[in-house]
Design a protein around this ligand. Structure first.
Ligand code: PEP
Ligand code: MN
Length: 363
């Protein structure tokens, strides 16, 4: 099995002769590559390992006896479904996020006070959320904006999570905070603005807790998947992608929800993908339609901002759902989930064996 970044496969025609096969091998070896011939019952394929750019310059398609030339190895390996064809389920404590279920994550954008966090958490739980979200460290565009309560916010979040009996996801913005956040939360969020903070990606990889990896504002899908590979490279494969909208020329929405990214990432990796309709639309009215779109396109879950009094919110009030919106969201999730061939997740019996949560051992 080739392990280099740059592998290609040459599929020979059924009737290809030994000389034609040898010509391909000679050409590849002639530019310093390696060629592995595997003779199947119906077809022979030649695996090419080496410098893909050089192989691409060779007219392999035109060689006699060649049927097709396919690039098989993507630059990412551990998160690629080439190496793990079966979709993985990521467990956040006892809650699954995976291809058969629809996992709702909800909570306040930012932890402001204990009362506000608890009220938002109850609204989330009542709407069927299985995981609580809430930011203690907020990456803000302006240094004058509310930056989050920091460690105090983590403590509030942890105590509220305990009270509502939900696991919790929260953002970590700097490598120095990874240990403390990992000690107090069940899942670590990498925000859009930090998607290519490679040191932070490494540290959350080492921390070993599940990671929610948001897509960068201007990140391509390949860059986003490579960011996941950084985390996986440290032995942590418990990664969930989150499409949260990208920056386009369109100012009518906060970001443009790239619905195509969901099936694209699912077709390239074995990891779950969820959608954040709150940060993509940026306004309350858009959350439900975008949530429906995300579910319809195959998202494995949703992450939603909720606030008991959005007009007083210190962060992202305009996009926070109110109580009645959460009821509508709950109904949409309940209706669409079975219609899409999925089920609402059930919490795992703590005694049950681990399924797909590969942790640090997976390399
Ligand atoms: C958030 O989830 O609160 C957040 C800051 O999101 P993003 O990084 O997607 O902007
Ligand atoms: Mn926010």
């Amino acid at each position: 099995m080739p392990t280099e970044d740059t592998a290609m496969v040459v599929v020979m025609r059924h009737a290809a002769t030994s000389t034609e096969i040898q010509n391909v091998v000679d050409a590849v070896e002639g530019v310093g590559g390696d060629a592995f011939v595997s003779r199947g019952k119906n077809q022979t394929i030649v695996g090419l390992v080496g410098d893909l750019a050089q192989f691409s310059e060779m007219p392999l398609h035109a060689f006699p006896g060649v049927d097709d030339v396919i690039r098989v190895s993507r630059p990412y390996k551990l998160v690629s479904n080439e190496t793990h064809p079966r979709p993985s389920t990521v467990w956040v404590e006892d809650v699954p996020i995976g291809r058969d279920t629809m996992t709702l994550i909800a909570g306040p954008c930012a932890v402001e006070t204990e009362d506000q966090t608890l009220a938002a958490a109850k609204m989330a739980r009542d709407a069927g959320a299985m995981i609580l979200r809430g930011g203690a460290y907020k990456p803000r565009t302006s240094p004058y904006a509310f930056q989050g309560l920091g460690e105090k916010g983590l403590d509030i979040l942890a105590s509220v999570a305990k009270e509502v009996d939900l696991p919790v996801v929260t953002e970590v913005v700097t490598p120095a905070d990874v240990d403390i956040v990992a000690a107090k939360a069940d899942m670590l969020q990498i925000g859009a603005r930090n998607m290519q903070n490679f040191q932070l990606l490494r540290e959350v990889g080492i921390a070993g807790k599940p990671v929610l990896l948001k897509r960068g504002l201007t990140a391509t899908i390949d860059e986003w998947i490579m960011a996941a590979e950084y985390i996986a490279h440290q032995g942590n494969l418990q990664i969930v992608f989150c499409e949260r909208g990208i920056r386009t020329y369109e100012p009518a929405t906060r970001n443009t929800l790239d619905v195509s990214a969901v099936p694209v990432v699912q077709s390239l990796t074995h990891l779950p993908v969820i959608v954040d309709p709150s940060h993509s639309g940026g306004s309350r009215e858009l959350v439900l339609p975008l949530a429906r779109a995300g579910m319809a396109v195959g998202a494995d879950g949703l992450i939603i901002d909720v606030h008991p009094r959005p007009e007083t919110a210190l962060c992202d009030g305009p996009q926070a759902l109110k109580r009645e919106d959460m009821v509508a969201l709950r109904d949409a999730v309940a209706t669409l989930t079975p219609a899409l061939g999925r089920r609402l997740p059930e919490r795992r019996d703590p005694a049950a064996a681990s399924d797909g949560a590969w942790g640090r051992s997976a390399t």
